[in-house]
Structure formats: structure tokens, C-alpha cells
Design a protein around this ligand. Structure first.
Ligand code: IFM
Length: 440
């Protein structure tokens, strides 16, 4: 399968998951610093204090990207590294750190794709209610504006938020992510303020006059299928699709929340004019895809009224089913329902157990996963979906949030004792795909 020359092949990371240097260079504290230091929140008590030490090793990490031949690299900026208190005085050491990364990428001819928010909210803002407080959306716009003005010149794509579904649901319903709140009406408020933050950042971007870059939002999308064709299961699947996908697609791309969100009470936090801001036109949609689910009606589930099951026979180390076809389906569905709209697959990849044997890591399951999913993306493109790039999650093993360092998603294996990086077989395979622009 040939890969078109203008289709970007990249890899992705996020600040808290790789940087470390948590107390260096004037960085402030984020909600993940506080959360991960609370006993019982992460596997083995792991934290991102050191992570992959990318803060000190970014130059050699860019050399790894160059060696892979990446067309583009997606990374996130740590908000508390730029604004230790969330707003107010900007930390110029933080700006300089990201400027050096952007310069390094430019020298390596790798296009920078920058996520503004990948879950590391400054703790000072959390102390005032975090995303549950409407004011946070406007602090985000100030932070975004500072990034556009100080770093925007060499960035190709800006992503406002990564997976607001996770910040809302995992952070405020289940509490398995920072800030660890377990309250469903707080989650509704957080979700709306996150989307408002997205919209105000888009507004700031348009006003910044940057014309070299484009701006969009990244949602994690999960293909949903009914467990049977009964009316109960099909309507449960429609409901699950709203709660997993359309909650964060409709307001941005259609300017209104699905009815179910109104029934749940979203109007209690929305103000007149909000959806106009949230739905300001974006240049592209980022899609993160990992798995799909079957949905069955389940009246015993008091919160949702349905139960979800993984699709496919094979499971990744996260317990997620492998379903490459689901990626084809999800992006063709988004293109049909919300398009025309350029799409980038801003994350896709798999955690599997890796074993380092004399410097060699054989990871055939990861290669098979990436190959099958990338093939479906190219298939969708051939069928007319305007999909323009694919980013493997992740460039290297890193801090997998509540799972700590126990799950490895990387193309590069990280030995956390020595911080040495080793290319897995999947890295060598991906390099070959990029070099030949051919998917075997
Ligand atoms: O590691 C995460 C990433 O931060 C966001 N998307 C999903 C990945 C795997 O869980």
C-alpha cells in the first residue's frame, strides 16, 4: 500500500508523561504532581517527577525522531512550566525550553504539532475549582495567547485540548485521573468549561494573526456497536455514542449539545453565547483511537443504563480490544456526519509487555497493531475521507497516568533506571515504512 507524499507520519508524546524536571526551570505544580503523590492513585506510587527525563534529554530525543525520519512530532506544552501560578507572570525559562525544542525540530526538518493542554492544569487554578470554575476557561485563553505570540511562528498545527472526555469523565466522574473528583455534575461543568476554553483559544488564535499554523481539537473517539439488534441494545448504543463521542463533537462542529446532555443538565452551566464561541470554525479535527466497544442495555447500571464490552478477541496490555476496522468506521462516520473536515489521527498505538534482551526488543504485536490501523486510515483516505496524517502513540515508553510506568506504548523502550532508549522492532519497522512510503 503506497503512502501519499503529503500524508504525515509522526509520533506523539505529552509533557507530564515524558518531561520530568518537575521542580526545575521555574515550573509550577500541576494537578498531576499533586494527584500522583497521593497514596493509591497510581500503580506502585509512580509519579512524573522524572519520567523520561526529556527535560534534559530533548536533544538526543530529537535525534531519535530524526533517525526515524518522522514527518511530524506532536508534543504538549506544560501550562505550569509557562505560568507557574496558572496566570500572571510568564516564566521565560519555560518559554526558552520549548523554543529550543522547536528549533531542534526545525533543524531536523520535523514539523511541530503542539498540544496546549494535555491534562496538566496548574494546581493554583485547581485551588480555585479548576475546570469546575468557568474562570479557568479564560485563564486558558491567556495562556494560549502567550504561546501563540511567543512560540507560534514555527508551529504547524495547534491542538487546543487533548481528549476533553478524559479530563471530564476520568478526572471528575470516576476520579481515576487528576484531580480525582467523583461527582457527575462537576464533570458536566468541567466538560463545558473545557470546551469554552477551546473556543476562547481558537478566538485568540484567529486574533493573533498567525497565518503559518492551523488550529484544531483532539477528541478520543470510540466506535460503538450494539451487542444485538434488539431495540433495547440499539438504543443503548445510541446513548453510549452520545456519551463517548458526540458530547464533545456536536458542540464544536454543530454548535449544540446532544439532547441527552440537556436532559443531564448541561444548561445549568451554559450561558448565552457560549456555544457560538465553542463552535468557532476549526481547521482540523484530531482523532485519537484505541479500541471499540459493544454496548448492551443494562437497567442495573444506575449511572448510564448500559454496559460496555471490548470488541475483538485480542487484547492489548491495557485490556482494550484490537479492532482496526473500528478506526475506519469512526473516521468515515465523523467525515459523513460532521464533514467536510480535515482529520489527523493524533494518537493510535498499543501497550504490550516488552522484554529487553541484549538491547533487542521484539514487539510483533505492536507492529501488527500499528500496521493494521494505519492500513485502515489509508483505506479511509482512499475512500474519500480527508485524513492527512497519523501519529503513533507514543514515541517512547512513558508515564501512563494512573498505570504509572507499568504500561509501555513506545516505539522506543525506556530503561527507567538508566534513562537509556532502545529502538523496539516497531521503531525499525516504522522507520522503514516512513523511508519507503510503503505499507507492507
Ligand atoms: O497515554 C495516553 C495519552 O496521554 C492520551 N491518550 C491515550 C494514551 C494511552 O492511554
Amino acid at each position: 500500500m503506497e503512502i501519499p507524499a503529503d500524508f504525515w507520519l509522526g509520533a506523539a508524546t505529552a509533557a507530564y508523561q515524558i518531561e520530568g524536571g518537575a521542580k526545575e526551570g521555574g515550573r509550577g505544580t500541576s494537578i498531576w504532581d499533586v494527584f500522583s503523590h497521593q497514596p493509591g492513585t497510581t500503580d506502585r506510587g509512580d509519579t512524573g517527577d522524572v519520567a523520561c527525563d526529556h527535560y534534559h534529554r530533548y536533544e538526543s530525543d530529537i535525534a531519535l525522531m530524526k533517525d526515524l525520519g518522522l514527518d511530524a512530532y506532536r508534543f504538549s506544552i506544560s501550562w505550569p512550566r509557562l505560568f507557574p501560578n496558572g496566570s500572571g507572570r510568564i516564566n521565560t525559562d519555560g518559554v526558552d525550553f520549548y523554543r529550543r525544542i522547536l528549533e531542534g525540530l526545525q533543524e531536523a526538518s520535523i514539523r511541530p504539532v503542539v498540544t496546549l493542554y494535555h491534562w496538566d492544569l496548574p494546581q493554583k487554578l485547581q485551588d480555585n475549582g479548576g475546570w469546575m470554575n468557568r474562570d479557568t476557561a479564560f485563564r486558558f485563553a491567556e495562556y494560549a495567547d502567550a504561546v501563540f505570540h511567543r512560540l507560534g511562528e514555527s508551529v504547524q498545527l495547534f491542538i487546543t485540548l487533548n481528549e476533553p472526555w478524559c479530563s471530564s469523565v476520568l478526572g471528575h466522574v470516576t476520579g481515576e485521573h487528576a484531580p480525582g473528583v467523583q461527582d457527575y455534575s462537576s464533570a458536566l461543568a468541567a466538560s463545558h468549561h473545557l470546551l469554552l476554553a477551546h473556543g476562547t483559544a481558537v478566538q485568540a488564535f484567529r486574533e493573533s494573526g498567525l497565518d503559518n499554523a492551523k488550529i484544531g481539537l483532539t477528541n478520543v473517539l470510540t466506535q460503538v456497536r450494539p451487542a444485538s439488534q434488539t431495540a433495547d441494545d440499539t438504543s443503548a448504543a445510541v446513548k453510549a455514542d452520545v456519551l463517548l463521542n458526540r458530547w464533545f463533537l456536536n458542540p464544536v462542529l454543530r454548535g449544540n449539545y446532544p439532547d441527552l446532555l440537556h436532559q443531564l443538565g448541561i444548561h445549568q452551566v451554559t450561558r448565552q453565547g457560549d456555544t457560538d464561541i465553542i463552535s468557532l470554525p476549526i481547521d482540523f479535527l484530531g482523532v485519537n483511537y484505541y479500541h471499540s466497544v459493544f454496548v448492551r442495555n443494562d437497567p442495573d447500571n444506575p449511572l448510564t443504563g448500559f454496559a460496555m464490552f471490548e470488541s475483538g478477541d485480542e487484547r492489548t496490555d491495557m485490556g482494550w480490544g484490537v479492532d482496526a476496522k473500528g478506526l475506519y468506521e469512526v473516521i468515515t462516520r465523523v467525515a459523513a456526519d460532521y464533514g467536510p473536515l480535515p482529520i489527523y489521527i493524533t494518537e493510535n498505538g498499543a501497550a504490550f509487555e516488552d522484554h529487553l534482551n541484549a538491547g533487542v526488543i521484539d514487539d510483533p504485536k505492536r507492529i501488527a497493531y500499528i500496521r493494521s490501523h494505519l492500513a485502515e486510515v489509508l483505506h479511509a483516505r482512499a475512500d474519500g475521507v480527508d485524513v492527512r496524517g497519523y501519529f503513533v502513540w507514543s514515541l517512547m515508553d512513558n508515564f501512563e497516568w494512573a498505570k504509572g510506568y507499568s504500561k509501555r506504548f513506545g516505539l522506543y523502550y525506556v530503561d527507567y533506571e538508566t534513562q537509556e532508549r532502545f529502538p523496539k522492532a516497531s521503531a525499525n519497522w516504522y522507520r522503514d515504512v516512513i523511508t519507503t512510503r510503503h505499507l507492507k
